[in-house]
Design a protein around this ligand. Structure first.
Ligand code: SF4
Length: 357
């Protein structure tokens, strides 16, 4: 373990003792600790939570059922405005076909997300989810908080009522996408038309209370400060204390892809620092997932030394966070090879993080 000195050494001792860090300590670590110090501390927390040398993955597929959206987030190159000739809504048969392909590969999870499409009210989702569940034994990890909040608006329902109906029709869990940075200043700047950070957290709290688990994400690299990243982590940690409903945390950096934000995107060094601080601060979120889709397989593999214990999903398609130019795809064999080459046993899991082998 790298030599920790002064103030960082004191913080490091608290981490080693299993103590929870404050906001100020998180910022101090982020700003002053070396990469190796962060790796050593994140690794401590990782092994405390996962004593076995195992890294998990899930066989899943992303389905972007519609790209129609009016929210115009400045970092997003995926959406098409309502009325655009390039807008689409996949037919049920197209969706079934994609799920069939996944099931034939032994897959267990569908991650289904789209835009905020004004023509799709709750009955569309109820019908779609019911039809999927009638045909396939598949876990439906679907609809970001922003999509669900919008469905409640256009369907004139409370959040609780909408979630109950979606759950009854087959929704199993909610992806944490759309959190970006849960800081008002950042949200107002990059996605002013989206729901607020408070609304995202309230939606997740209600879902967890209804026994609908979710993941949590963080998209950073949009001109925010390191303190704002830690603020985001604190909000996730506080909600997790109340509900215990977050199964995993997944940080990734903003990917420039022809959108309006025109930022520079993250580096491997910045990603490893961010993932390590996330592991250290989120002592109550059991799993940290690699984001190799955006950061690439090599950085994904390295992140296993920075607190990551899960390699996420085999992704057959993904349009919202990446474009052709930034996409990194790996076969199942490559995923397993990357995990095993780093010294871990690669084990398949389901969406609830139960081992399947
Ligand atoms: S990130 Fe989501 S909500 Fe924002 S414009 Fe893209 S599809 Fe719409």
């Amino acid at each position: 373990m790298a030599e920790l000195n002064g103030r960082i050494e004191a913080i490091g001792k608290r981490v080693e003792g299993g103590e929870r860090l404050t906001f100020d300590e998180g910022v101090e670590l982020f700003e002053r600790a070396t990469l190796l110090e962060l790796s050593a501390l994140a690794d401590r927390v990782r092994w405390r939570l996962h004593p076995e040398p195992v890294v998990t993955y899930v066989i899943g597929r992303n389905i972007n059922y519609s790209n129609v959206c009016w929210v115009k987030c400045s970092f997003c190159a995926f959406y098409r405005l309502p009325g655009s000739a390039e807008g689409y809504v996949l037919s049920k048969d197209q969706i079934f076909q994609k799920i069939q392909e996944l099931v034939e590969l032994g897959g267990t999870e569908i991650l289904m997300q789209g835009g905020l499409n004004p023509s799709l009210k709750i009955d569309y989702y109820e019908d779609l989810f019911t039809s999927i569940k009638a045909r396939f034994p598949i876990h439906l990890h679907a609809l970001s908080a922003a999509e669900i909040i919008y469905i409640t608006h256009i369907s004139r329902l409370s959040i609780k009522e909408a979630l109950k109906r979606l759950k009854a029709s087959g929704l199993d869990s909610i992806p944490g996408a759309g959190a970006e940075l849960l800081v008002d200043e950042v949200r107002d700047r990059v996605s002013p038309l989206k729901d607020t950070p408070t609304a995202w957290l309230d939606l997740m709290q209600t879902a967890h209370e209804l026994n609908i688990p979710s993941t949590a994400t963080m998209m950073y690299g949009m001109g925010e400060t390191l303190a704002q990243r830690v603020e985001h982590l604190m909000k996730i940690r506080d909600l997790q204390d109340r509900t215990g409903g977050f199964t995993a945390f997944i940080p990734w950096s903003y990917q420039p892809n022809g959108d309006e934000l025109k930022g520079q995107g993250g580096t491997g060094y910045g990603y490893l620092r961010t993932v390590a601080v996330s592991r250290i601060m989120l002592d109550n979120v059991k799993n940290i997932q690699a984001s190799w889709l955006t950061m690439g397989p090599k950085i994904g593999q390295l992140s296993l030394q920075y607190g990551v214990n899960d390699f996420g999903s085999t992704v057959l398609e993904e349009n919202v966070v990446t474009t052709e130019t930034t996409r990194h795809l790996m076969t199942l064999d490559e995923i397993r090879r990357n995990i095993e080459d780093a010294g871990f046993a690669a084990k398949r899991r389901n969406t609830r993080y139960q081992l399947l082998e």
